[in-house]
Design a protein around this ligand. Structure first.
Ligand code: HEM
Length: 386
């Protein structure tokens, strides 16, 4: 399983954000029922994320490239892989993402409830990702089912179920690798083929490494993008003046700053894990060597000590402290891709509507721990006048 997916079971069945909001003023570090130490304060999360020597990312016995690897080996993977997610590599995909977003938005019903998470977020994320990686559009149904099952399995905490979801994912990945291997030099020149030909320190990536990278890219993309779309549309539907400002036209940088700030306020990508390599004093607590630690980004992004009122929307003021994409050596390499996809789908939605409002008949439902953000946000899309 990608370490990526929020997996904090400490508050099962409760709105995790409200739960950590209530805890944080009294406790900067808490221990959850699973025995993990959860860092809630912004300063502590930053300290641990930056200290990758004492807070190791080697938390899983499974290979996780690059997120489960430390030190120089991790840096070598990042050098080889980050190029896929840089501005130049993404530039050829802009038009493709726009076409996908426009097609999806055109297909959505007007003036009747549409779930922003499943009908917009998941669909867009899956289609955009298939296009980015060069995967066949026929995988859409299987990937959509996988996202839904992955959510359920993550929430259930049931290891067998989680293993089955991971196996299904591996099967999907094998189905895209096998034809490329068979085609050899004639394989299509796309991101997946290029990844298969990537070398790290002069050596080609082996099969488990390729599968792991694709699993992390996909885990990062599908679940998180869909949850982010839910959070963003909920915020815009409940802040019509901001919605109108974006619809009237702001440049890409200003648009991206709005996205980052909305996600700071309600960060659906809840936490990542670390393990201590020696005893560590943090937040007035001494963690033993081998302590399992969670960096709770959602809580850190709402820390009153840094942001004052955590719900006060102020992109310029809060950007330097925003932890939505992490910090330190493991900070998200997919940030540009994520922001690009989110901006494109929101711009298409805003351009094609007069207003986006919440469905008054079906209140939005919070996702329950370990998933952050919203489980369902039913919105009404009003056609432009005339
Ligand atoms: C949609 C919103 C996304 C959010 C909020 C997000 C957030 C994060 C965060 C907080 C981390 C830091 C993990 C840590 O310190 O342990 C991270 C790492 C990572 N993200 Fe994302 N991410 C997103 C999208 C993506 C996308 C689209 C991709 C790639 C296609 C991606 C790939 C990765 C990878 C591979 C890592 C591990 C980096 C490392 O350990 O060096 N993410 N992400």
């Amino acid at each position: 399983m990608p370490d990526h997916m929020p997996d904090d079971l400490s508050a099962s069945g409760r709105d995790l954000r409200a739960f950590t909001d209530a805890l944080r003023p009294r406790h900067r570090v808490v221990r959850n029922v699973g025995g993990e130490w959860v860092l809630l304060g912004h300063d502590l999360v930053v300290e641990a994320a930056r200290d990758d020597v004492r807070f190791s990312s080697a938390v899983s016995r499974h290979l996780q490239v690059p997120n489960g690897i430390d030190g120089e080996r991790h840096a070598a993977y990042r050098r080889a892989l980050d190029v896929f997610l840089g501005a130049d590599a993404l530039a050829p995909h802009h038009a493709q993402f726009r076409r996908i977003a426009a097609g999806l938005v055109a297909s959505l019903p007007r003036d009747e409830a549409v779930d922003a998470v499943s009908a917009i977020g998941v669909r867009f994320a899956v289609r955009a990702q298939c296009a980015w990686l060069g995967w066949p559009a026929s995988l859409e149904g299987r990937l959509v089912d996988w996202v839904a099952e992955n959510h359920v399995a993550t929430r259930s905490g049931d290891r067998d179920r989680t293993r089955r979801v991971a196996e299904e994912f591996d099967a999907i990945i094998q189905s895209v690798l096998a034809p490329r291997r068979a085609a050899g030099a004639d394989a299509p020149d796309d991101v997946t083929t290029r990844l298969m030909r990537t070398t790290v320190d002069g050596r080609p990536l082996d099969d488990p490494e390729i599968v792991s990278v694709l699993r992390n890219w996909t885990g990062g993309d599908l679940g998180s993008i869909a949850q982010c779309v839910g959070v963003l549309l909920h915020h815009l539907a409940t802040h019509p003046e901001l919605q109108q400002r974006l619809r009237d036209g702001v440049d890409d940088d200003a648009f991206d700053a709005v996205i980052d700030e909305i996600l700071r306020i309600d960060n659906p990508f809840v936490s990542n894990r670390r393990i201590t390599t020696c005893p560590v004093d943090i937040g007035g607590v001494t963690l033993p060597e081998g302590a399992r630690v969670k960096l709770n980004w959602t809580s850190a992004n709402r820390d009153e000590a840094v942001f004052g009122d955590p719900d006060a929307f102020d992109p310029a003021r809060n950007a330097p402290h925003n932890l939505v994409y992490g910090i330190g050596r493991h900070a998200c390499p997919g940030r540009l891709l994520a922001t690009l996809e989110l901006r494109i789908v929101l711009r298409e939605l805003l351009a094609a509507t007069r207003s986006i409002t919440l469905d008054p008949l079906q209140p939005a439902e919070r996702a329950v721990a370990p998933v952050g953000g919203w489980a369902h946000v039913r919105v009404l899309l009003a056609s432009p006048a005339g």
